[in-house]
Design a protein around this ligand. Structure first.
Ligand code: A8S
Length: 174
């Protein structure tokens, strides 16, 4: 389930972005417990080989050094945690360095209780991830967006797989 329309009203001509949606058959607290671990993106991101914090302890302002698996057009990424809200389940991350072309990349990920399940203690979650990034010189808006959308789509489907498996195995966190 992906929605690839622009949701960032004020994009400059040299920027692009989109918004992707993923439904997950697992409770929001469980999904949040995996997503909020800024120090451990490899728990679900398949393109991450390893990750170490270079600043902070995983809270707001922390910086992580991500090593990407081979086969990608980049090997490293330096990323900062800008926001982590345990009440509204919103996480914001900026990419601030690395050997890739995603300059000024900023993402917002939020979790929502599935509407159908509200009120009956249901175990469904909707994830929405949006981003904005500069279009690299010599690249098209469409190529930049489809590249980022491909990675985020993989990440969100993987987050669904991992948390649905934990849920089935009875790992109900609160
Ligand atoms: C994320 C989102 C993205 C990550 C991209 C878009 C990246 O980690 C990969 C390949 C690249 O060429 C760029 O939430 C970069 O992880 C997998 C290294 C940044």
């Amino acid at each position: 389930m992906e929605n690839q329309h622009d949701t960032h009203g004020a994009l400059s001509p040299n920027q692009c972005g989109s918004s992707l949606v993923q439904a997950i058959d697992a409770p929001l607290p469980l999904v949040w417990s995996i997503l909020r671990r800024f120090d451990n993106p490899q728990a679900y991101k398949q393109f991450v080989k390893s990750c170490t914090l270079s600043a902070g302890d995983g809270g707001i302002g922390s910086v992580r050094q991500v090593m990407v698996v081979s086969g990608m057009p980049a090997a490293t990424s330096m990323e900062r945690l800008d926001r982590l809200d345990d009440d509204t389940h919103v996480m914001m991350v900026s990419i601030i360095g690395g050997d890739h072309k995603l300059l000024n990349y900023r993402s917002t990920t939020s979790l929502h209780k599935s509407r159908n399940e509200e009120g009956n203690g249901g175990g469904k979650t909707v994830v929405v991830e949006s981003y904005v990034v500069d279009i690299p010189a010599g690249n098209s808006k469409e190529d930049t967006r489809s590249f980022a959308d491909m990675i985020i789509g993989c990440n969100l489907r993987s987050l669904a797989r991992v948390t649905e498996k934990l849920f089935v195995n009875g790992e109900l966190l609160d």
